[in-house]
Write a protein that binds this ligand. Structure first.
Ligand code: GDP
Ligand code: IMO
Ligand code: MG
Length: 428
């Protein structure tokens, strides 16, 4: 029995939702293990478009159980709204097929307010967060102040924990000259929402253990991308969770010895939303053309995504530190019609060559990419569903990336639709 982790191997939005949905046909469980509603995963199934942020992409498959692990930060009202929206699209959403870890941290209004106040205060030096309160919620978890899903079941302790939480956040809000959060109102709101959330609450680690014992197939769905990992990404321009594959175990309560494969998601080029270093960024017509053709606008904030060439150096680094065993490449169709394509094969700074991205943000921002140029293709890749029908130049582009990164492309996506997918080697 193979269990599989799917993670983004760039700066997010690689098409994780589409590929997880496609793979979910064969999954019994789909598990989110980090992030929150900063994620935006789009699935296109025939005429229907589903947009998911905190609910696992497996939800649209009737025979799959979706789990939200302890590593996820959950905004209770957003969760309920998202469940309702998917329900209105004809999907069965109930506690039988969707469960949240009782130890997941809640995102509450003070987190959002502090996130936004801090970004405003940083001005030019802002991170470019989604403004959803992700960072402050994870800080509270490490700071042992979090209100967790299980706390909703115990009003007396909830009240005390809320005092601790608001002492901290109201001090910060006061410092920024912002309005403070009223304890009584938030307490009442939480008491009101508790009966709607608690039916979904379970020990996810135990559900997973039993699922494994019964021989079920489990798929772990990452959010964001490895270059946004709080330890391994382009710090401080990162999200506040670990996004690399190792987090699947920590964020769900499932042991590493039970997971066999890791699928790394890559776009055939690179995009990034928000601030931070991006060595292969294209501030020219080609970048604009890729952005328009690829509809590169964030699902969460609507911001235009920055676009650039494929960075084989950064992806190789992520493959190595995430233990990725195969790649799923998406959006190669967006490159249709370009005369030539560039792949970053190294970096250079002041005559010094680098074959990896150093940890320092200033160092990262001065890295100049060293490119290899490959020919583009005339015949379209868009919508091709058979490997043999791909233009030779597209196969060569993929082949060169495999060589540079050191592992094979096992799944290729040629369009947003579920079935615009070519299986080269089964990862699951
Ligand atoms: P995620 O955050 O990794 O799940 O990715 P997003 O859903 O935020 O962004 C990927 C976007 O590209 C979505 O709108 C998908 O529908 C779309 N998409 C996924 N795969 C392909 C592909 O192979 N070709 C094209 N043209 N679009 C794709
Ligand atoms: P999916 O799962 C792309 C980026 C934000 C910002 C940084 C920190 O759809 O790939 P945060 O709100 O997390 O504190 O913001 O991380 N970011 C993403 N970029 N895709 C995502 O998710 C992202 N989630 C967060 O733009 O730069
Ligand atoms: Mg996204």
């Amino acid at each position: 029995m193979t269990n599989l982790i799917v993670v983004g191997a760039q700066w997010g939005d690689e098409g994780k939702g589409k590929i997880v949905d496609w793979l979910s046909e064969r999954a019994d469980y789909v598990v989110r293990f980090q992030g929150g509603h900063n994620a935006g995963h789009t699935l296109v199934v025939g005429e229907k478009v589903y947009k998911l942020s905190v609910i696992p992409s497996g939800i649209v498959r009737q025979d799959t159980v979706s789990l939200i692990g302890n590593g996820v930060v959950v905004e209770p009202w957003v969760f309920l709204e998202e469940a309702e929206k998917i329900r209105s699209q004809g999907i069965d959403v109930n506690p039988e097929r969707l469960k949240i870890s009782e130890s997941a941290t809640l995102i509450l209004p003070p987190h959002r307010l502090v996130d936004q106040a801090r970004e405003r205060a940083r001005g030019q030096d802002k991170i470019g967060t989604t403004g959803r309160g992700i960072g402050p919620a994870y800080e509270d978890k490490a700071g042992r102040r979090s209100i967790r899903v299980c706390d909703l079941a115990d009003p007396a302790s909830l009240s005390k924990r809320l005092d601790v939480l608001l002492n901290h956040h109201n001090a910060i809000l006061r410092g920024f000259g912002e309005e403070e959060v009223c304890k009584e109102k938030l307490f009442q709101d939480l008491l009101d929402v508790a009966p709607k959330i608690l039916p979904y609450a379970v020990p996810v680690w135990r559900v997973l253990h039993e699922a494994k014992e019964q021989g079920n197939k489990i798929l772990f769905e990452g959010a964001q991308g490895a270059l946004l990992d709080v330890d391994h990404g382009t710090y401080p321009f990162v999200t506040s969770s670990n996004t690399i594959a190792g987090q699947a175990c920590v964020g769900s309560g499932f042991g590493p010895t039970h997971i066999q494969n890791v699928l790394g998601l890559i776009k055939a080029y690179t995009t990034r939303v928000g601030e931070g270093p991006f060595p292969t960024e294209l501030n020219d017509e080609i970048g604009q053309q890729i952005g328009e053709k690829g509809h590169e606008f964030g699902t969460v904030t609507g911001r235009a995504r920055r676009c650039g060439w494929f960075d084989a150096v950064a992806v190789r680094q992520i493959v190595q530190l995430s233990g990725i065993t195969g790649l799923a490449m998406t959006k190669i169709d967006v490159l249709d019609g370009l005369k030539e394509l560039k792949i970053c094969v190294g970096y250079e700074d002041n005559g010094v060559k680098y074959d990896y991205l150093p940890a320092n943000a200033v160092g990262q921002s001065v890295m100049k990419p060293v490119y290899q140029t490959l020919p583009g293709w005339d015949e379209p890749v868009e919508g091709v569903r058979n490997w043999d029908e791909l233009p030779t130049a597209a196969k060569e582009y993929i082949g060169r990336i495999e060589e540079l990164v050191g592992i094979p492309v096992t799944v290729l996506s040629t369009g947003p639709e579920r079935e615009d997918t070519i299986l080269i080697n089964d990862p699951f």
